[in-house]
Write a new protein. Structure first.
Length: 284
């Protein structure tokens, strides 16, 4: 008889470990998507003229001033430390002679002539940024030193009795730290015309700020100079068109002087009208 195999002992089943209790997930903090923006307001007194400003206005001599920026020996006269750098573009347009002609015409029209020279102490203590850019060069090369011949306004542009000489110009624009804006306000000026040095530096800086302040700004394209023809062209044909009305000295002088009426023609016209009227009366 076949032998019966003993029944296999059943192995005890291992206890299945209980599933670990799920831990509640910590709330993820929301990332702030919006940053608090501090509103910055421009002081009311920064703009001389509120919107829409005076840009594009007709030129009225009574409310017009020409600002001559840095017509000093340092630039204008042989012997000035910067004369050789700018003499080529000066000669190309005859800018010094043109500016002198504008000054004469402005005085004759009853508008204001304003000179804006720049000066520094020898130690550079009054230079607003003496270790950067062009202002660093002014300090290093001792340019426009107070009391020196170099800092004097050149002979061709010497101020006359009723002219205004701006006090305090140390930086690039003729506005910061000076009495320019006070002078313009005091004399009721709405239109400013600009000429001088350099076309793409101090003249341009003054132009931009005058525009922001709401003035009607004119740039005299043949009364400015700089260190290269390329730089001059970029300013007068490019940047100036963004912030001013560029025009030549002759065009500006023409706008200062109202068109002259030919009195002979007027008298003749009046006489003709009177004659025709008289004939008409006789015919009735």
């Amino acid at each position: 008889m076949p032998m019966k195999r003993p029944a296999a002992k059943s192995r005890p089943m291992k206890a299945v470990p209980k599933a670990a209790k799920s831990r509640p997930m910590k709330a993820v903090p929301k990332i702030a998507m919006k940053k608090k923006i501090t509103k910055v307001t421009v002081p009311d007194d920064y703009r001389v003229f509120s919107a829409p400003g005076k840009g594009g206005s007709d030129i009225n001599p009574k409310t017009t001033a020409v600002i001559f920026v840095e017509f000093q020996n340092e630039f204008c006269t042989p012997g000035g430390k910067l004369h050789d750098a700018v003499k080529e573009t000066m000669a190309a347009s005859g800018m010094l002679e043109n500016a002198a002609g504008v000054a004469k015409a402005v005085r004759a029209a009853g508008a204001k002539v304003i000179h804006a020279p720049i000066t520094f102490r020898p130690d550079g203590a009054d230079n607003p940024n003496k270790n950067l850019g062009i202002l660093a060069g002014c300090h290093k090369d001792q340019l426009f030193t107070i009391g020196s011949w170099n800092a004097d306004i050149c002979e061709q542009m010497s101020p006359e009795a009723d002219d205004i000489v701006v006090v305090g110009k140390k930086g690039l624009s003729a506005f910061p730290g000076t009495d320019l804006e006070d002078q313009l306000r005091q004399h009721g000026i709405e239109t400013v015309a600009l000429g001088g040095f350099m076309a793409n530096c101090c003249v341009e800086s003054t132009m931009r700020e005058a525009c922001e302040k709401g003035f009607n700004v004119i740039t005299l394209t043949d009364c400015v100079a700089t260190t290269s023809t390329e730089g001059l062209k970029a300013a007068t044909e490019g940047t100036y068109t963004f912030f001013s009305q560029p025009m030549t000295a002759e065009a500006f002088k023409a706008k200062l002087t109202p068109a002259q009426v030919d009195t002979h023609v007027v008298v003749q016209a009046v006489s003709t009208v009177a004659y025709l009227d008289e004939r008409h009366q006789h015919m009735m």
